[in-house]
Design a protein around this ligand. Structure first.
Ligand SMILES: Nc1c(NC[C@H](O)[C@H](O)[C@H](O)CO)[nH]c(=O)[nH]c1=O
Ligand SMILES: CC(=O)[C@@H](O)COP(=O)(O)O
Length: 192
C-alpha cells in the first residue's frame, strides 16, 4: 500500500487574508530571548509583508517569562478597550487629528500573539509552567473575546528549541501564529 503522505502541521489559511485594517499586539518573553527574538521577527515580518498589517498598528511588549504571558495579554486587551472608550487625546491632539497624520489605528486590539520558549530542566517546573500558560492563554481569549495566539514552544531540550526557532521549520510555526491572528481577527467581523 502506498505510504500516505500529509502536510504535517501546516495550516494553510483558507483564503487571501487582508490584515490592513487590524490592530495587533505581540507580547514576548525575555527568557530565552535570543531564540524568542527570531520568532518575534518572523511573526512581525509575516504580519506586515504577507498579511498587510501596518507596522504602526502592531504594538510590541515584553515580559520576563512565559508564565507572565496570560496576564500581559489580559492587561493589553483591557487597556486597549479602556483607551478606546475614553475621550482619547494626546500630544498629537484628538484621534481624528492623529488619524489624519497616520494610518495608525487606535482602539481595542483585534488579536494578541504571545511568544515564548519553555525548555524542560531537571524538575517538574516545566510541566507546571506549560500547563498554566496554555490554560491561561485560552482563558484570556475566551473571557475577553479577543483571539490570543499560543506562540509558546514547549521543548524537552535545547536542540528542539533551536530547531523550532532558528531554522525554516521554526519559522513555519511563527508564520502560523501570524496567520492565525489575522484569520481569527477577521472572523470576528464576518457577515454570515
Ligand atoms: N524556565 C523557563 C521560564 N521560567 C520562568 C517563568 O516563566 C516565570 O517567569 C517565573 O516562574 C516567575 O513567575 N520561563 C520561560 O519562558 N521559559 C523557560 O524555559
Ligand atoms: C522550565 C523551567 O523553569 C526550567 O528552566 C527550570 O529548570 P529546573 O526544572 O531544572 O529547575
Amino acid at each position: 500500500m502506498a505510504e500516505k503522505t500529509f502536510e504535517k502541521g501546516v495550516s494553510a489559511p483558507p483564503v487571501e487574508l487582508d490584515g490592513s485594517g487590524l490592530r495587533i499586539a505581540i507580547v514576548r518573553t525575555r527568557w530565552n530571548h535570543t531564540l524568542v527574538e527570531n520568532l518575534y521577527n518572523c511573526v512581525f515580518e509575516t504580519l506586515t509583508k504577507k498579511y498587510k498589517v501596518l507596522p504602526e498598528n502592531i504594538v510590541s511588549d515584553t515580559v520576563s517569562g512565559s508564565y507572565e504571558l496570560p496576564m500581559a495579554a489580559k492587561q493589553l486587551i483591557d487597556l486597549s478597550k479602556t483607551q478606546a472608550s475614553e475621550t482619547a487625546s494626546d500630544l498629537l491632539g484628538s484621534p481624528a487629528l492623529q488619524q489624519k497624520k497616520t494610518n495608525k489605528k487606535t482602539g481595542p486590539f483585534d488579536a494578541v500573539i504571545c511568544i515564548g520558549i519553555v525548555i524542560k530542566g531537571g524538575t517538574a517546573h516545566f510541566e507546571y509552567i506549560c500547563d498554566a500558560v496554555t490554560h491561561g492563554i485560552m482563558r484570556v481569549q475566551l473571557d475577553t473575546g479577543v483571539p490570543v495566539m499560543f506562540g509558546v514552544l514547549t521543548c524537552y531540550n535545547d536542540e528542539q528549541a533551536i530547531a523550532r526557532s532558528s531554522t525554516e521549520e521554526g519559522f513555519h510555526h511563527a508564520e502560523e501564529w501570524a496567520a492565525g491572528a489575522v484569520e481569527q481577527s477577521l472572523r470576528r467581523h464576518r457577515v454570515l
